[in-house]
Design a protein around this ligand. Sequence first.
Ligand SMILES: [Zn+2]
Length: 249
Amino acid sequence: MTVGGTEQAVASYGTKTIRYRIERGRRRVSVAVVVDPLDGVVLRVPRSLEQDRIAAVVRRKGAWIVERLREFEDLLPPQSPREFVSGETFLYLGRQHRLRVEQAAGLRSPSVSMEQGRLIVRIPRNKPERDNGNVVRTALRDWYRRRASHYLPQRLARWARKLGVPVPPLLVREPPKRWGSCDAAGNVRINWRAMQVAPRLVEYVLAHELVHLEHRRHNADFWARLGSVMHDADARRAALRRAGARVNW
Ligand SMILES: [Zn+2]
């Protein structure tokens, strides 16, 4: 009998290992499977159901669970909308930076700089001030994109070398939900928002897309290939998922 605490367990589904947590409920009479972006796979079960029978449920629902887990590679929707005003914090390569917005008379276009751990956005003095949020957002977005075009290519090249594939063309884009993608022509597209997460997570995004050039789908070959050059790929993937909601603006 389990008193308090949580039970962790694993079940195999095909070549995949599904990790899950068991929550026992005194009044539960049926089994519910929950796949949550942050908590992962949770089995809510009657209090005395045996582990073997729970594992059987996980295997039976394996295809569905794996599919749901795969969806969480996407960027999560934002937790709360940004206002793009002084005092808000933004991440750059995993570090927090406080935003300062300054209005300057005579400035023709916005400028962004990083000074002593702060992100400073200078914008032209605006008559209807309510539009400033948009101006600041666009300025910041363009700044991240420029940083991405400098930062990403050599890292993409390094991972291409590790994988032994030719370095593909890199495009920095702004998809609403994906960290990256690759197309049939062999271009790798990376979301500029990836510049907000820690470098090891940026590298995960790059390596992941490079492996897609050989393996379109997330099948066993895909994960084996990724794991062959990045041993902690699973942990990075989980960390990336947790970071998602914060960087989606
Ligand atoms: Zn993928």
